[in-house]
Design a protein around this ligand. Structure first.
Ligand code: FES
Length: 114
């Protein structure tokens, strides 16, 4: 497992991006639940954020792709609006321990295009 960050670095209603080799992930916290996704839009495979660590829509309700505005549920990554409606972000399994957020590096390196 590799450590991404301290759990308290991701505030409620906020997200944080991570680069691991040439792969990119992000974590988002909503209703005190953490969710981690592959940072790859199911529409064209682009990263989602419009600025560093800015993955949510202006109301902080949905994850939003900066390229064409697709909206995804935070809870399950399902696209509910936009060109990839009905497709989903790829959830990434994670572990927590000693206040850290961790993921399996081998799994991350095996990620391809959605
Ligand atoms: S690339 Fe994400 S909505 Fe088009």
């Amino acid at each position: 497992m590799i450590q991404l960050c301290m759990l308290d670095e991701i505030a409620e209603g906020r997200a944080k991006g991570f680069d691991i080799g040439n792969k990119s992930l992000f974590a988002v916290r909503k209703d005190d639940q953490l969710h981690v996704y592959y940072n790859c839009c199911p529409h064209l495979g682009t990263p989602l954020e419009w600025l560093e660590d800015e993955f949510l829509d202006p109301d902080g309700v949905f994850i939003q792709c900066a390229t064409h505005g697709a909206l995804f549920n935070v809870e399950d990554g399902l696209c509910v609006h936009g060109p990839c409606k009905g497709k989903s972000l790829r959830p990434i399994p994670f572990e927590t321990g000693n206040g850290m957020l961790m993921v399996d590096e081998a799994l991350i390196q095996s990620l391809g295009r959605i």
